[in-house]
Ligand binder design. Structure first.
Ligand code: PLP
Length: 497
């Protein structure tokens, strides 16, 4: 008999989901008197329903404390689905996954060829791992102001200049859904004998429908990080890190390199890097939801991704009918990503966002010229049609003279690195007014969020352009995150010794 808490009967193929269903059924039946964490002990009379459904992975969802039997089974199923030979489930998002891969990629002081359009989590991964970035920059499309992919030629060039680089680390699809030539990047990396690592936080659905691009591993990458909670119906924070650790396909140069640097995507090293910053108390519900999302993709992925593609295509058609409104589309754009281009309507994205929030329809990201709603496997014709109708109405209320889009600060950074991020992170700081900070070396990471791409990173010179771009993002209603002084009146700079 199907458990009504598992309406699609996924538990038969999802060991952690099955474990969660069993544990929580016993807890609700009052069969448990746990003398173990979590401290709520399944009671509802203290903090109430906020802990409903919470179950520890160890000693709760999984059979024996720390035996990891069900976990290994679930992760193995995910590895097989993505064609990987190593997989770990994380309760700490792609943030943790990115940092785990950075810790697995090389040794302190080694260069890594890495996109400057990176999420701040990855920049902190460089701090943790002590890797020295060799930045590669995405192109920016002047027509939309949005970033495209990093050109393969830029990666090849960086690898040629830094033959001691330990890896190539890119983000694909980008935050705005633009996709690059991952097969070309994989070939470039492998010819140089290094792995290609991909932050695919937004791309857990890729590869599960003929209308979608292949996922990063299928395109030739050696490892990818993806958030199960972004496009798949998993618990917030759920993420997967997947890797192919065989070196057979790297060619002889790659195999020689692998012998020289045996820690390169070695499964044991990946495990150590993953465990280094993962909690010792993973929430069983999050882990079980990653397992359930994987089982759903395996069984119904093509149908659900087909629906996703259909509703996003319909939304694009509908929104294009609004005078002046455009959407990102065409080759090199992830077809399930909806990116709304407002400049031609004159409406200000932050004003539109505020009205959407008031209408109960918060979006993932808005800046002056762009709105990014996230459409997921959970959406259908009805939710997306209601959203597009509401958005169209709100835009009418905010119409203004059409304008040229201006690329956001996050996409136009041209970093001037004075010292590696790790060195800068640990140096003493001093507080300086914005004017006095120009020309000094930043001690802090400053990023408009979303998208969370640092405009200033520790170790980078604070240029007048960066300051102006941050002020513009703030004046346009963007949130300036991670800065000690989010008003931008002062900055933390590296103290002069
Ligand atoms: C490109 C990219 N990578 C990583 C992350 C971090 O993901 P998470 O929130 O799952 O930690 C994000 C978050 O939005 C992101 O946009």
């Amino acid at each position: 008999m199907t458990d009504p808490r598992d309406p699609r009967g996924l538990a038969a193929d999802a060991p952690l989901l099955d474990g969660w269903l069993r544990f929580t059924a016993r807890a609700s039946a009052g069969e448990l008197t746990p003398m173990s964490v979590p401290g709520h002990k399944q009671r509802r009379d203290l903090t109430g329903d906020v802990t409903a459904g919470d179950a520890p992975l160890y000693g709760g969802v999984d059979t024996i404390k720390h035996a990891d039997e069900l976990l290994a089974d679930a992760e193995g199923r995910a590895a097989r689905l993505w064609g990987a030979d190593w997989c770990r489930f994380s309760v700490a998002g792609s943030t943790h996954g990115n940092q785990a891969l950075a810790l697995a990629a090389g040794e302190p002081g080694r260069p890594i060829v890495i996109t400057r359009a990176l999420h701040r989590s990855l920049l902190l991964g460089l701090v943790l791992a002590g890797l020295d970035p060799v930045w590669v920059l995405p192109g920016v499309d002047p027509a939309t102001g949005l970033p495209g992919p990093v050109p393969v030629a830029a990666v090849r060039d960086a690898l040629a200049r830094h033959p001691d680089a330990c890896a190539v680390f890119l983000g694909d699809p980008s935050y705005v859904g633009t996709t690059g030539d991952l097969a070309g990047h994989a070939a470039a990396a492998h010819q140089a004998g290094v792995p290609l690592l991909v932050d695919a936080a937004w791309a857990a659905h890729l590869g599960f429908h003929p209308g979608l691009p292949p996922h990063a591993l299928a395109a030739g990458a050696d490892a990818m990080v993806t958030s199960a909670h972004k496009v798949l119906p998993a618990y917030t924070q759920g993420a997967l890190v997947l890797a192919r650790t065989d070196t057979g396909r790297l060619g002889s140069a790659g195999r020689d390199r692998a012998r020289l640097h045996p820690a390169r995507l070695d499964p044991a090293r990946l495990d150590r890097a993953f465990e280094a910053t993962h909690t010792t108390s993973p929430a069983g519900a999050i882990m079980a939801s990653i397992d359930a999302a994987r089982a759903l993709l395996a069984r119904d992925g093509e149908d659900l991704c087909g629906r996703l593609l259909r509703v996003v295509a319909a939304a694009r058609d509908r929104l294009r009918q609004v005078p002046g409104l455009d959407v990102l589309d065409g080759p090199g754009v992830e077809p399930a990503k909806l990116v709304v281009l407002l400049a031609g309507t004159g409406a200000h994205g932050i004003a539109v966002e505020n009205d959407l929030i008031a209408a109960g329809m918060p979006v993932e990201m808005a800046d002056r010229d762009t709105i990014i709603p996230i459409v997921t496997l959970a959406d259908d014709d009805d939710t997306v049609a209601r959203f597009t109708a509401t958005l169209a109405g709100i835009i009418e209320a905010h119409r203004g003279p059409p304008r040229q889009p201006v690329p956001a600060a996050s996409w136009t950074v041209i970093p001037e690195m004075a010292m590696p991020p790790r060195e800068a992170f640990f140096r003493p700081n001093e507080t300086r007014s914005a004017a006095a900070a120009v020309g000094r070396v930043s001690g802090e990471l400053v990023a408009p969020y979303p998208p969370g791409v640092p405009v200033l990173a520790p170790g980078e010179v604070i240029t007048a352009e960066a300051l102006e771009a941050l002020r513009a993002a703030q004046a346009d209603g963007g949130r300036i995150a991670y800065a000690a002084d989010p008003t931008l009146a002062t900055f933390q700079v590296i103290a002069r010794s």
